[in-house]
Write a protein that binds this ligand. Structure first.
Ligand SMILES: [Zn+2]
Ligand SMILES: [Zn+2]
Length: 235
């Protein structure tokens, strides 16, 4: 399927318009019309080669929400018209101990990330959600409640789960005291989750503006952090 996208053409170049052909659906794949995609700092790290060499053009984006357009013959959980999301990974071996336990992100063989991984189906680079059409195996597609605002749901797919998971793992709730370091894309979600679980929540930040933002989210306190190195970082 002809797909429009924004791609990074080289390690030192900005995003630019790019068209490519998405591979065809397999029997277990879901195709979606991408409505929104969050921007995660991992997109920038990957595109800039911070985490190792990648092939260009690189099409980032792993906070993807959209509406199902087609499904493979063996797909049972989704049908055209469903609101869905795709997060950071789109495949894994499905057979190792990690996969069997639901830790596909730690697959002993290989986790296939949503972009800049090798797609086991056709051997090409996976291409993310800065694009109009997305294809992923049913197992890696998540249903979205139809009542959810799709635009604000997108960051749940990476920043959201990254903060939700540890808070749930440590059973944060009434009586818990949580400190969130930094009120960025992840931090502000951590604050919202922890507050909604009933915890006492403090934010540690070096930014007076973010201290104010934290208070607007109802945090119980802000601890100023003195980190002069932040002011000299280039990204
Ligand atoms: Zn991310
Ligand atoms: Zn595995």
């Amino acid at each position: 399927m002809r797909t429009k996208s924004y791609a990074v053409p080289a390690i030192d170049k900005p995003l630019e318009y790019y068209e490519f052909d998405r591979r065809e659906l397999t029997d277990t794949d879901v195709e979606l019309d991408v409505h929104y995609c969050g921007i995660c700092h991992s997109d920038i790290h990957t595109a800039r080669g911070d985490w190792g060499e990648v092939e260009y053009p690189c099409i980032p984006g792993h906070e993807i929400v959209g509406v199902v357009t087609r499904v493979g013959g063996n797909v049972t959980k989704f049908k055209p018209g469903d609101k869905v999301g795709v997060g950071c990974m789109v495949n894994s071996c499905g057979e190792c101990e990690a996969c069997k336990r639901g830790f596909e992100n730690s697959c002993f063989k290989e986790t296939i990330w949503t972009y800049s991984s090798k797609d086991p189906v056709d051997g090409t680079d996976t291409k993310g959600g800065y694009s109009t059409i997305m294809i992923a195996p049913e197992h890696f597609v998540l249903p979205l409640p139809s009542s959810l605002n799709m635009a604000v749901a997108a960051p749940l797919l990476c920043a959201g789960i990254t903060t939700y998971s540890p808070l749930r793992h440590w059973k944060v709730g009434e009586g818990s005291k949580v400190a969130i370091i930094g009120l960025g894309g992840l931090g502000h979600m951590g604050v919202k989750y922890a507050k909604s679980f009933g915890a006492e929540v403090w934010v540690i930040t070096s930014s007076p503006e973010k201290a104010e933002a934290a208070k607007s989210y109802g945090v119980d306190g802000v601890i100023p952090a003195l980190t002069p190195w932040l002011a000299t970082r280039d990204h």
